[in-house]
Design a protein around this ligand. Structure first.
Ligand SMILES: [Cu+2]
Length: 390
């Protein structure tokens, strides 16, 4: 079951079983065409020659039948159910500010890992990850730093993986040098020259499939002197999942290439799974605190209309660039796939605020998170009933 989603022949067979209309036939044709297009790319060196570089067609079926059950690191132990294993990265799991230090050499180690885990209650999916969580670790540096990045691919991976960092100036954003076969590792060094928040993602064909399996994260490049201090920083990324079954359909779900090409995701979530930022890891702050959200859209396909219900962004660094002055007093802001936003605001009124994509139909696909604010009510700003006497 583990490999079959990546075998072109199996995608074709399972999709044919489900075909009920000419529209679906066309989707299958489009999926087939794209998959076939990817093969020469892989063979041409975009992906290296390792056993899984042409992963839609080259993996022997015998391997699929004997593939061991994989679990998320830090989750269930081998052999146990993956239904409760979680790949969710908590939004407060990010490095501390760089402060006012001088430029230096920053050493980063990333490991690509493949793991079955919970996508929604009763639903599991085979994730491909950086360091076992979604999103991958936030990398934090400052302008002028050199970053020595080692990318290792876990020995029990089935796929080649790689990384394209949007903060890198050079072919593939690193991906031209960092296609890594299972059990191998490669290293590059790059200099970060522009301040901002940049997405990184796996860039091994079919790239969109790797992203839609959880392979994305962000690198923050702070300006000289660092960012101003705030009370809370959070790391949040939106993305899509394309599964063979419908939303909420239980059991282990296969990747659906036709849905990806049609840009019709089954799930849309923050930080890798339904409920990741609701019951699992809500954002928390107190009245009077200043909150900064590092927000990115992993995609792979859909633009986010990022909005916090009940709040106004005091400052919003559009496109993730810190070279430009922030937009002020923003309700909703577009964040394209492969793009980012730094949003900052002070919280004034206690209660629950909901992070959404204001294309609100997507809430029904899992796309919502909570910011829980505790503290003293502020009736001058907000209260029930008729106006109070001043
Ligand atoms: Cu990958």
């Amino acid at each position: 079951m583990r490999i079959t989603r990546n075998r072109f022949i199996d995608i074709t067979e399972t999709t044919m079983v489900r075909m009920k209309s000419r529209a679906e036939s066309f989707r299958l044709f489009a999926a087939t065409a794209l998959l076939l297009l990817c093969l020469p790319l892989a063979e041409a060196g975009v992906a290296p020659r390792a056993r899984s570089s042409i992963h839609h067609s080259a993996v022997p079926k015998a391997v699929a039948l004997t593939s061991k059950t994989r679990v998320a690191s830090g989750g269930a132990t081998a052999g146990s159910s993956t239904a409760d294993a979680s790949i969710v990265r908590s939004p407060d799991d990010l490095p501390p500010p760089v402060g006012a230090r001088a430029p230096k050499l920053v050493i980063v180690h990333l490991v690509t890992e493949e793991a079955e885990a919970r996508l929604a209650p009763g639903v599991t999916y085979t994730y491909w990850t950086f360091n076992g969580k979604v999103p991958g670790p936030m990398i934090r540096a400052r302008v002028g730093d050199r970053v020595q990045l080692t990318l290792a691919n876990a020995p029990d991976s089935l796929m080649v993986h790689s990384i394209d960092l949007h903060a890198v100036i050079g072919p593939g954003g690193g991906a031209a040098l960092l296609q890594v076969a299972p059990g191998e590792s490669k290293t590059i060094t790059f200099k970060v020259t522009r301040p901002g928040l940049f997405v990184y993602h796996c860039a091994t064909p079919m790239v969109a499939e790797h992203i839609a399996s959880g392979m994305f994260g962000m690198i923050l490049v702070e300006p000289p002197g660092g960012l101003p201090k705030v009370d809370h920083e959070f790391y949040v990324m939106q993305s899509e999942f394309y599964t063979s079954g419908g939303f909420g359909e239980g059991g282990h779900q296969q990747f659906d290439a036709a849905k990806l090409i049609a840009e019709q995701p089954t799930y849309m979530v923050f930080n890798g799974a339904v409920n990741a930022l609701k019951s699992d890891h809500p954002l928390e702050a107190n009245v009077g605190d200043t909150v900064r959200i590092f927000f990115g859209d992993g995609g792979p396909n859909l633009t986010s209309s990022f909005h916090i219900i009940g709040e106004i962004m005091d400052k919003a660094w559009a496109w993730g660039s810190l070279s430009n002055p922030p937009e002020r007093d923003i309700q909703t802001i577009s964040v394209p796939p492969g793009g980012a936003l730094i949003a900052q605001f002070k919280v004034h009124v206690p209660g629950r605020y909901i992070l959404v994509d204001h294309a609100l139909g997507r809430m029904t696909q899992g796309l919502a998170g909570y910011l829980e604010v505790r503290g003293t009510p502020a009736p001058a700003l907000y209260h029930a009933g008729p106006a109070l006497r001043r």
